[in-house]
Design a protein around this ligand. Structure first.
Ligand SMILES: [Fe+2]
Ligand SMILES: [Fe+2]
Length: 214
């Protein structure tokens, strides 16, 4: 597999583009880079002895959202798989191309329309997990600003609405380790939001320690 060429294709398609006007430039390019790393981390945990498809997992992650955010993009997973089949044809073997396109085509599938193999499961969980934690906090700020919301609205979202989705999100994750990582990310956002709420009310965090008191 010519990974350098695939990396260049992914950069060419997504690095200067944003999928939505209020999101950062290159958002789907950098998301793909992160998802590749997370997917490999999960693969090493759930299937430690088998690195045979790591290149497929990596290339699929880099490219999986290449059609996300295009105008009239429709089903961005199916369209992304079509783009991969066309653009990556001379970067890998037919079997590798099938593996990449399979992951891209089904990365958003949460209803088991096909049987999920371990690699698709690793990708899906990595893709989902990348939306939580510090990135979720950043999205809250960007969307709050874009939609004219208040700090109070954002705090409600971080402390109530987002954690309220917990059971649904957990049911969409394939591995127990992914659910534990997700829980840690929600705990981080809650901790951040509590400090943010205190500071927006003029409190100074840790003042006793700063003053040397217990
Ligand atoms: Fe996607
Ligand atoms: Fe994604």
């Amino acid at each position: 597999m010519n990974k350098e060429k695939i990396a260049a294709i992914a950069a060419d398609l997504m690095k200067e583009r944003r999928s939505h006007p209020h999101k950062e430039v290159g958002n789907k390019y950098y998301h793909g880079q992160r998802v590749a790393k997370i997917a490999l981390t999960l693969r090493k945990i759930v299937l430690p002895e088998d690195d045979s498809r790591d290149d497929i997992l990596t290339a699929a992650a880099w490219m999986h959202d290449c059609a996300n955010g295009e105008q009239n993009y429709g089903d961005h997973a199916a369209n992304g798989a079509r783009i991969c089949r066309e653009l990556l044809a001379d970067c890998c073997t037919p079997e590798e191309l099938d593996g990449i396109c399979h992951i891209v085509a089904h990365h958003d599938d949460r209803s088991h329309t096909v049987e999920y193999d371990t690699w698709l499961k690793c990708h899906q969980d990595a893709d989902h997990l990348d939306h939580f934690g510090s990135y979720d906090v950043m999205m809250a700020f960007l969307e709050c600003n874009a939609n004219g919301r208040t700090i109070g609205d954002m705090l409600k979202w971080m402390l109530h609405d987002r954690p309220a989705q917990m059971e649904k999100v957990k049911s969409q994750l394939n591995f127990e380790i992914s659910r534990k990582i997700y829980e840690e990310k929600i705990a981080f956002m809650t901790e951040f939001a509590l400090r943010y709420r205190a500071e927006t009310e003029g409190e100074i965090i840790g003042l006793d320690e700063i003053l040397g008191k217990q």
